[in-house]
Design a protein around this ligand. Structure first.
Ligand SMILES: [Fe+2]
Length: 179
């Protein structure tokens, strides 16, 4: 397997675990209205930085190469860039809702829970599609030369939660993931 796809898959694993953490916080909020504030804040920082800023552009780049080299293989993948843009806009709405909750502003509990659950579900659906349709199509159609060029471009933008200790930034999240 190529380094790029290997990294994207391991980033998906981290994201999936983040979504589990987030879901637990949503349930906690529903039950007690008392989420783990620091954790929620770090989860939001994580989503804004890694998946939004670095992970999705890497996938967009691979899809662009796939469309150019093998349009017939790219067709079933659909418009992943648009999905990324929608996820990004939903993420920003969600991030603002979290900050309002963290500041204990008067927000409707039901509205917040709905935004949060929609966000989690959409992320999961999107990752399943990439894992089941996009990555296999790219792996099948692109050549080692294509992957070498892709790996070179994307390898500097890896998620620190899947990278080595020395590169890590999100300390308490890393500890939570270890538990
Ligand atoms: Fe992805």
């Amino acid at each position: 397997m190529t380094e790029a796809i290997q990294t994207l898959r391991s980033e998906h694993k981290t994201t999936a675990r983040m979504l589990d953490l987030l879901e637990r916080q949503i349930t906690l909020f529903e039950e007690t209205q008392q989420p783990d504030y620091d954790l929620l804040k770090e989860v939001i920082d994580y989503f804004l930085t890694y998946p939004d800023l670095y992970h999705h552009p890497k996938e967009n780049l691979i899809l662009e190469v796939l469309r150019r080299k093998a349009p017939e293989a790219a067709a079933p993948v659909g418009d992943i860039e648009r999905e990324h843009a929608e996820i990004s806009s939903r993420l920003h709405d969600f991030a603002h809702a979290v900050v309002e909750v963290l500041m204990e502003a008067e927000v409707s509990r039901d509205a917040f829970v709905k935004i949060a659950r929609d966000f989690v579900e959409e992320q999961r659906r999107h990752m399943i599609k990439e894992e089941q349709v996009f990555f296999p199509a790219a792996l099948k159609a692109l050549t080692p030369v294509d992957w070498e060029a892709i790996d070179k471009k994307v390898s500097r933008f890896n998620d620190p939660l899947t990278a080595t200790e020395s590169e890590l930034r999100f300390d308490s999240l890393r500890q939570m993931l270890r538990r």
